[in-house]
Ligand binder design. Structure first.
Ligand SMILES: Nc1ncnc2c1ncn2[C@@H]1O[C@H](COP(=O)(O)OP(=O)(O)OP(=O)(O)O)[C@@H](O)[C@H]1O
Length: 269
């Protein structure tokens, strides 16, 4: 089966520096792939490059093929179509994805309506409403009626992230990018959102690019991982192998730090 996403020799640079260098990886349909690395290692820029949303000062070179389309150098028109069809992103802070002045139901309705119109399907108010309700149910949000009328500040952080996930799913992507989707949430809510993303990508057969600096979280989600340090891939492999027997010195440091953190939490020396 051909890959959903194939990144080859990707380099991202400003006029002064290279921020990501010679990165290659691929994600097959239905595969869950993790990108691990400390802050500033280039994970978010890589995700932005995949969706063609890099800041103008950062130039990509190399190749990114997403659902058969070359993203590097593609005109904005083609990228808009890809973003509405092949790929959707869930970000760290759900408030960045949500309009503070619009009820949540109307926000989910936007991408639903666009997709229905694009596929020449019934985009009447009733049809859009039915899909919005189905999406709220899919992300396991209780009281969907109340939620459609609520504004972002009237619901919890975890509920906002569920709405952001519903909006991402509204365009029926084949690849879901989750960029630190749990970092802004408390520990209990983090676990619930990780479980939800895991369940949804399996249910819907989506490819997943899961980005996090948090090794245990990536370990719960990804089948394969790639570790980044200062814009370069330093290690890759099955999640179990990389997290249990890291080969690279930097990965070993990350794994040891995560183990020390766990031991401290459990009161072990
Ligand atoms: N618009 C920009 N112009 C110049 N440099 C940038 C820009 N955006 C990010 N960078 C730099 O690129 C590098 C990689 O940033 P990136 O946000 O991809 O890291 P990250 O691994 O996702 O970290 P974090 O988890 O903190 O988001 C960093 O050194 C950052 O300072």
């Amino acid at each position: 089966m051909s890959d959903l996403l194939t990144v080859e020799g990707l380099t991202l640079a400003t006029s002064e520096t290279r921020l990501v260098e010679d990165l290659s990886f691929s994600i097959a349909p239905g595969e869950r792939f993790g990108l691990i690395g400390e802050s500033g290692s280039g994970k978010s820029l890589t995700a932005l490059a995949v969706t063609g949303l890099l800041p103008p000062a950062i130039r990509p070179s190399g190749s990114i093929r997403l659902g058969g389309t070359q993203v590097v150098g593609a005109p904005e028109r083609a990228l808009v179509r890809l973003r509405g069809d092949a790929v959707a992103t869930v970000f760290q802070e759900p408030l960045t994805a949500l309009d503070p002045l619009m009820p949540l139901g109307a926000q989910i309705a936007g991408p639903v309506r666009r997709r229905l119109r694009r596929s020449s399907s019934d985009a009447s108010r009733g049809a859009v409403r039915r899909e919005v309700m189905a999406l709220l149910e899919q992300v396991r949000l209780p009281e969907p009626e109340r939620l459609t009328r609520a504004y972002p500040h009237e619901v919890s952080g975890g509920q906002r992230q569920r709405v952001a996930i519903a909006m991402a799913l509204a365009c029926r992507p084949r690849l879901l990018i989750a960029d630190e989707p749990t970092t802004a949430l408390d520990v209990t809510t983090q676990a619930e959102i990780v479980q939800l993303i895991n369940a949804l990508v399996k249910e819907l057969g989506l490819g997943l690019l899961f980005i996090s600096h948090d090794l245990p979280v990536v370990g719960q989600v990804a089948e394969r991982v790639m570790v980044m340090q200062q814009g370069r891939a330093v290690e890759r492999g099955s999640t179990a192998r990389v997290l249990i027997e890291p080969e690279d010195a930097y990965t070993r440091r990350l794994v040891d730090a995560a183990r020390r953190f766990d031991s401290a939490l459990e009161g072990r020396p």
